[in-house]
Design a protein around this ligand. Structure first.
Ligand code: GLV
Ligand code: MG
Length: 331
């Protein structure tokens, strides 16, 4: 290990993160009763300009009045380039109680954006004597944000997670796509000509770089990496596939833009029983190896070594965290 060890952010389950428009209060109670780990009440893109003020009032009332159980509760404020953001932050922090956990900050472009918001939150929290400092989840969804991602991730002690906002990212980078978060059938490679054999077209994942880049910046700064929306909520298998590939790269959760995506996100982002059993066997085998003074041994015909302990421990710790959260939500 390096002498520099990233400090891990507040630990929270973030397997699924449900988006709920602040202008639609009939959805709030349902969201509170859902299985989502995190809920964000949206004041940004799901709310039309004429509804911004009412949505802000709805959200404040909902934070104060609804029983959100053991969920993490977040509010997506408007962007720093709008005339709404300062009032989102001030009104919500001044009027909503300590139940609020996080602000979600859209279209973050530079570390200075986070610095400015940190300053504003600190002033309001100090003036109002709020006990709990609100944390930040930041959406990386512009070319500028992706370029400055390392500095953004390191910009504040409040930072908890980076999110990949695929829809705005596509718009910002002028990507040739109009769907939200799915693959693009044009993005792929054709196998070489080989006599008369038919050639295969292999689809690629046009978001691979962005997600992998975000995972590195998040983990190097002790933050969670979360994959953003998948727009086609009538395609559960498509959603599952996109969630799986982000999780495999190191994301630990995915947005749900519809309640029917929550269960899939929770499942994909929870290690399976078979994975946990395998991880426990690796840990046992390595304990035995260490007692015998060995650094590497074989298990089921494959090499395992001290790095395997770290991978297996991540899996086992995650499973424990989920079991604890499940137990807490059942009591
Ligand atoms: C989320 O905000 C997105 O733009 O994908
Ligand atoms: Mg967006």
């Amino acid at each position: 290990m390096s002498f520099t060890i990233p400090e891990e952010t507040t630990s929270r389950l973030n397997r699924s993160e449900l988006a709920v428009p602040g202008s639609n209060p009939v959805l709030f109670e349902k969201a509170a009763a859902s299985k989502a780990d995190v809920i964000f009440l949206d004041l940004e893109d799901a709310v039309a300009p004429d509804d911004k003020e009412q949505a802000r009032k709805n959200v404040i009332e909902a934070i104060n009045d609804i029983d959100w159980g053991n969920k993490t509760l977040s509010v997506r404020v408007n962007g720093l380039d709008t005339p709404y953001m300062y009032r989102d932050v001030i009104d919500v922090l001044e009027q909503a109680g300590d139940r609020l956990d996080l602000f979600m900050i859209p279209k973050v472009g530079t570390a200075a954006d986070i610095y400015a918001l940190d300053m504003l939150c600190t002033q309001v929290e100090t003036a109002k004597g709020r006990k709990k400092a609100v944390g930040f989840e930041m959406i990386i969804e512009t070319a500028l944000g992706m370029q400055n991602i390392n500095e953004i991730a390191a910009a504040s002690k409040r930072n908890e997670s980076l999110h990949f906002g695929v829809a705005d990212y596509a718009a910002s980078t002028k990507a040739r796509t109009t769907g939200i978060g799915g693959p693009n059938p044009m993005y792929g490679v054709l196998t070489d000509v080989d006599g008369d054999s038919p050639r295969d077209f292999h689809w690629g994942d046009m978001w691979h770089y962005a997600i992998a880049r975000m995972v590195v910046a998040a983990r190097a700064n002790g933050l969670r990496a979360i994959d953003g929306p998948f727009g086609d909520f009538s395609d559960p298998e498509g959603y599952r596939a996109q969630a799986n590939r982000a999780t495999i790269l190191g994301c630990e959760g995915k947005w749900a833009i519809h309640p029917n995506q929550i269960g899939i996100a929770n499942e994909v982002n929870s290690p399976s029983e078979a994975e946990v059993n395998k991880a426990n066997r690796i840990l046992e085998a390595m304990e035995q190896a260490q007692r015998e003074g060995k650094g590497a041994v074989s298990l089921d015909g494959r090499l395992i070594d001290i790095a395997s302990i770290r991978q297996a421990s991540v899996m086992v710790e995650k499973a424990k965290e989920i079991a604890l959260a499940d137990a807490a939500s059942e009591t």
